[in-house]
Each structure stands twice: as structure tokens, then as C-alpha cells.
Ligand binder design. Structure first.
Ligand code: GDP
Length: 299
């Protein structure tokens, strides 16, 4: 909870900056709900979602016979929690053997950093983690992943620049089996500008993965930069055409007042946000919690 609170400070500040004066007034009328909708929109919650959530708050206020605007924040938190609980944010894991997690997303979204943080998270839970440098297109991406491997203390499977990413995945799976690894976290190239190529590359990775490790990939995480607000939504739509995304990692929420974008991702796209990036250190990736998120934003 504390990390969520800290990480969402800007979003919370923006919301309360707009709504604070309402909460201290003593008239609960339509104008309060209108301003609430504006504030939600400004937080990038999207038109449809903002409307829905405000309507839910209005109904809760009626049911609970609320008279004062100051009593609204817990109801806002409740309405947001309900909206976010429509999808399950629990990370998927293999029933037995290694869990293969493919991480996709455009360059700069925070892919490598999130893989490093995720490795740290699982390691701190006593799991054995292996990183796979599947972005063979950019030499810098591999170097960065190797640096994270050193930082958090786990091995990295890498090939030379330009190598076949599917071959990296093949090697990583063999290594994971023989070393009794719990999680393989696999980086991929983020060249969305070359959609056909990316699709072919991912299809090949899928083929190798499902052959060498039946049931895998167990998770396909799409990394989105939270500071891009509504643009993150359009990006998710494009990626969904290329690959079957099972969850979102929403990064850099600490750097934006637009944290509300979690809502339309969940509501409009129906994809669970499974992890949120709340800072730059290795501890700053948290499993998503609807309640922690909603309460940090509203209370
Ligand atoms: P990639 O190109 O997608 O692999 O992106 P990187 O992992 O290199 O991240 C790009 C930049 O975003 C780096 O400077 C990271 O430190 C920064 N970054 C990633 N996640 C977060 C986050 O949750 N919060 C903040 N403040 N910065 C982040």
C-alpha cells in the first residue's frame, strides 16, 4: 500500500487539486459529479469509463444517504475498485516446470527495466530466474539486460547481435530445464514499425516455446509507458493484433498525473494490468492490486 501511495502521488495530487475544493464545500449537487467526471477525464480514465464510474459513485451516495461531498472519496475508491476487479490481475504460472514469460512492448516503454525488476521480485520470493535476451536486434538491449542480470544476480542467455530470437528462447528453455529454473523472463524486439516482421519473429518464438515447453508461453506481458496516457491504449490495440497479450505492465506511474489510464485498459480492452512500475529502483515493480490502486488514488 505504501509503495502504491508513494508512486501514485502525482495522480492523486492532480485529482485532489481539481476536486479538493468540492470536498470541502457542503453542497452535494450535480455540479459535484460534473467536476468529478472532468477530473477523471483529465486523469486519462477515458470518456466511457469516467462516466460509468461517476454514475456508480452517484448511486452509492444515494444508497448510503450521503449528504456531504467530504464523504465521497471512499465511494470513489469503491467504484474504482469495482471497475478494476472485472479482470483478474494474478500472474499466470506453469503448473509445473519453468514458467515462460514473454515480454513485449515498444522500445523505451520500460521493457528491460521491468524484466530486471520482475527478476528481482521473483528472486526475493525464493524463485530461480533466468533472463533471455530475445531482442537480438539492438546490441544495447542485450547489454542492458546483462547489466540487470548482474544487478539482481541471475544468469542471462544471450546470442550475438542479429541472431535468431527463437534460438535464444530454445537455449533458454534447455538451460532452464537442466538448472531447475522457475521463471524464464524473455525480452523481445519492440519494432512495432515493422509489424509483419515482428509478427513473424513472435510466431517463431511461440512455435519453439510451445514445442520445447508445452503450454508455454504462460504469460505474454505487454509493457506500456503510463506517462503516455491514452496513447498507451492505442498501442495496446496494435499489439493485440500481433500477439495474444495476457497482461499489462504499466510503467512510470510515478512520473505522471495520468495514472487513471489503468481504468480504460481494464474496462475497454479487458486486459488485466498485472504489474505497475512505480519508480526506477529494482523494488519499484508491484503486483497490481485494484484496492491498493483505488485507495491510493482517492483517499
Ligand atoms: P526499453 O527500451 O523498453 O527496454 O526501456 P528501458 O527499460 O530501457 O526503460 C526506459 C527508461 O524508463 C529508463 O530510463 C528507465 O529507468 C525508465 N523507467 C522504466 N520503468 C520506470 C518506472 O516505473 N518509473 C520510472 N520513473 N522510470 C522508469
Amino acid at each position: 500500500f505504501e509503495r502504491f501511495k508513494q508512486g501514485l502521488k502525482k495522480s492523486r495530487g492532480a485529482l485532489f487539486g481539481r476536486l479538493g475544493h468540492l470536498f470541502s464545500s457542503n453542497r452535494l449537487d450535480d455540479s459535484v459529479y460534473e467536476e468529478m467526471e472532468e477530473a477523471f477525464l483529465a486523469a486519462d480514465m477515458g470518456m466511457e469509463t469516467s462516466l460509468q464510474v461517476v454514475e456508480r459513485v452517484r448511486r452509492l451516495a444515494r444508497e448510503n444517504k450521503i449528504q456531504q461531498p467530504s464523504e465521497l472519496p471512499p465511494l470513489m475508491a469503491q467504484a474504482l475498485t469495482e471497475a478494476l476487479e472485472k479482470v483478474d490481475p494474478t500472474p499466470s504460472v506453469a503448473a509445473d516446470g519453468p514458467t515462460l514469460v514473454l515480454v513485449v512492448g515498444v522500445n523505451g516503454a520500460g521493457k528491460t527495466t521491468s524484466i530486471g525488476k520482475l527478476a528481482h521480485y521473483y528472486k526475493s520470493q525464493g524463485k530461480k530466474v533466468l533472463l533471455a535476451a530475445g531482442d537480438t536486434f539492438r546490441a544495447a538491449a542485450t547489454e542492458q539486460l546483462v547489466a540487470w542480470g548482474e544487478r539482481v544476480g541471475c544468469d542471462v542467455v544471450r546470442h550475438v547481435a542479429g541472431a535468431d530470437p527463437a534460438a535464444v528462447v530454445y537455449d533458454a528453455i534447455q538451460a532452464a530445464k537442466s538448472r531447475k529454473v522457475d521463471f524464464i523472463l524473455c525480452d523481445t524486439a519492440g519494432r512495432l514499425q515493422n509489424k509483419d516482421h515482428l509478427m513473424k519473429e513472435l510466431a517463431k518464438i511461440y512455435k519453439v516455446a510451445s514445442r520445447e515447453l508445452p503450454g508455454s508461453p504462460h504469460e505474454v506481458l505487454l509493457v506500456l509507458d503510463g506517462t503516455t496516457g491514452q496513447n498507451a491504449i492505442s498501442q495496446a490495440k496494435v499489439f493485440r493484433e500481433v500477439v495474444q497479450v495476457s497482461g499489462i505492465v504499466l510503467t512510470k506511474l510515478d512520473g505522471t498525473a495520468k495514472g487513471g489510464v489503468v481504468l480504460p485498459i481494464v474496462q475497454e480492452l479487458g486486459i488485466p494490468v498485472k504489474w505497475v512500475g512505480l519508480g526506477e529502483s529494482k523494488e519499484d515493480l508491484q503486483p497490481f492490486s485494484a484496492r491498493a490502486f483505488a485507495e491510493s488514488l482517492c483517499e
